[in-house]
Design a protein around this ligand. Structure first.
Ligand SMILES: Cc1cc2nc3c(=O)[nH]c(=O)nc-3n(C[C@H](O)[C@H](O)[C@H](O)COP(=O)(O)OP(=O)(O)OC[C@H]3O[C@@H](n4cnc5c(N)ncnc54)[C@H](O)[C@@H]3O)c2cc1C
Length: 503
């Protein structure tokens, strides 16, 4: 299909209203661009949205956030995006924001690097020098990543030393103590660490993000995308839902617009895709983009997906905990990349929602663990309402197994569940459109530091990427991807000054 220049309505079309797409929308709209964000789902926010189950709002991909203390990086960003006024965030227990049971041994990780180091030295007095070297390695790696400190990157496309170091190997080089190696690695689930691939910088950034300070949102996580939408609209931008982009349209050689499932077309000068890179390539007909570029993206591996169970509980019976609870059956938190489907589940993460600022009880819980897309591949081509009795049985059996493991630690829960629903890798795939429903997008690999990384620019001059598949996942990583994408359109030092000056 070809278009005439007169049909070009928008300066920038943003495909997908995940966190990064919405943040790009706010920045670009505030900078005078005429922006339209197109979202396939009924609700915006991607994995940040919450969903309603039997009258209760469950969060999907926002269990907690890091670095939100006054002056810290996420705090400055949230200030810029106007996310701090009218939305409440609850600071988790500073003496144990993340509680771990690793192979029967319990640890409660304290918040703040001094407290964290003191705690580990107290637990492993003979390992003081290893602990100090670990903490200082995290600090220097985080400092090396300028954008994560809201400083302009010197050379964004230049490989940093920490990108070609294996996280697990580096941890092992610091200490011979097997237990301390596991405690250093405890936050593994929140970056889907792979022993053979994950670079040290991913470990360092994620640990720094959460250990610096940890918060959860009070109430529904959809407040964040909804607020960002309002911010876009305030400066004249638009966000449309139920607009699934099915094809990128070209005017001769130039990308000019998009076709949506319902037949609508939208035209723009430039386009930003917040959709998974491989799914974005599937929107482009063969011959429009260099095969080598398409192949390079297709060869990337994604991080593992998840199985989640969302429990509705009898009200007023199960105590709120101001922390996350992480359980590992084995004493190896890196087990998941090669997990045994027969022994599954060997891990779970419990999220205690804060529906009010000072909750005493919870009336719902989310429990999440790893699951590979391979486990659901037989139903991948069937629509969600036609996967049949086998799929229902699969979900029931998995839920039973997971709950059985959870009841060992929380026996009272067995009598408090009034209803539940589950999500599999297919649910996550359908929900955000990533090919294997991966939790955190593409897997970064220390062996191919630049090749395993998705850049902002594509081989189509007016098409850009944003989102968790770029540098890093999570609220922090995704926000940084939005800044780097917007640096293609606005002056980055000016933008960073605005963000840094607002705190
Ligand atoms: C189970 C789980 C738990 C998590 N917990 C945390 C946590 O506690 N803390 C944290 O910081 N991070 C967490 N994350 C990660 C975090 O949620 C993500 O990194 C982040 O939200 C990803 O944002 P994104 O902008 O990359 O896009 P996505 O959320 O992937 O959004 C992409 C958007 O594009 C839309 N789209 C796709 N295809 C099309 C199309 N063809 N047309 C139009 N629109 C389309 C999708 O519907 C979606 O809205 C979690 C993730 C998961 C899955």
């Amino acid at each position: 299909m070809s278009t005439t220049p007169a049909q070009t309505n928008y300066d920038i079309l943003i495909l997908g209203a995940g966190l990064a797409g919405l943040q790009c929308g706010v920045i670009l709209s505030r900078n005078g661009y005429k922006v339209l964000v197109l979202e396939k789902n009924n609700h915006i926010g991607g994995t940040l949205q919450s969903f309603d189950f039997k009258g209760i709002q469950f969060t999907t991909g926002l269990h907690y956030m890091g670095s939100l203390d006054e002056g810290q990086v996420l705090n400055r960003l949230f200030h810029y995006f106007n996310l701090l006024d009218g939305i409440s965030f609850k600071r988790l227990d500073e003496h144990g924001f993340d509680v771990f049971n690793i192979g029967g041994k319990k640890f409660a990780l304290p918040m703040g690097w001094n407290a964290y180091a003191a705690f580990l030295i107290d637990q492993f007095p003979e390992e003081e020098s290893s602990v100090r070297r670990y903490v200082s390695a995290i600090e220097s790696t985080v400092n090396e990543q300028e954008i994560f400190n809201l400083h302009e990157p010197v050379n964004y496309y230049h490989e940093k030393p920490s990108q070609s170091v294996n996280a697990w190997d580096f941890i092992c080089s610091l200490t011979e103590n097997p237990e301390l190696r596991q405690v250093f690695s405890a936050l593994n689930f929140v970056y889907a660490g792979d022993k053979n691939a994950t670079p040290w910088y991913v470990h360092a950034l994620i640990n720094h993000y959460f250990i610096s300070s940890s918060y959860r949102i009070v109430g529904s996580s959809s407040q964040i995308p909804e607020r960002l939408k309002l911010e876009i609209e305030k400066t004249g931008g638009q966000v449309l839902t139920r607009q699934k982009v099915t094809k990128l349209l070209f005017d001769e050689d130039r990308l000019s617009g998009v076709l949506c499932e319902d037949g609508s077309t939208f035209f723009g000068e430039k386009m930003i895709s917040n959709i998974h890179p491989i799914a974005t390539m599937n929107l482009i007909e063969n011959g429009r983009i260099r095969k080598s570029f398409r192949n390079r993206l297709e060869q990337k591996t994604d991080t593992l997906s998840a199985f989640a169970i969302y429990l509705k509980l009898e009200p007023g019976k199960f105590r709120y905990q101001n922390n996350n609870y992480n359980f590992y059956l084995q004493s190896d938190v890196w087990y998941a990349s090669g997990y045994d489907t027969i022994r599954w589940p060997e891990h779970y993460f419990i999220h205690f929602p804060a529906d009010e600022p000072d909750p005493k009880w919870v009336n719902h819980l989310s429990i999440v663990t790893h699951m590979s897309f391979e486990e659901v591949v037989e139903w991948e081509h069937l629509p969600s309402n036609a996967r049949g009795a086998d799929y229902k049985q699969f979900k029931r059996e998995k839920a039973d197994k997971l709950l059985k493991l959870v009841f060992l630690e929380f026996p009272e829960l067995e009598y408090l569940i009034t209803d539940y629903t589950t999500a599999t890798p297919l649910t996550f795939r359908d929900y955000v459109g990533s090919p294997t429903g991966s939790m955190y997008g593409t897997l970064r690999d220390y062996r191919f530091p630049l090749a395993s990384y998705v850049g902002v620019r594509t081989k189509i001059p007016n098409l850009y990427f944003t989102g968790q598949n770029l540098n890093l996942h999570g609220v922090m990583g995704v926000s940084m991807s939005a800044l780097l994408t917007c640096a293609e359109f606005v002056n980055l030092p000016d933008l960073l000054n605005k963000i840094n000056d607002q705190s």
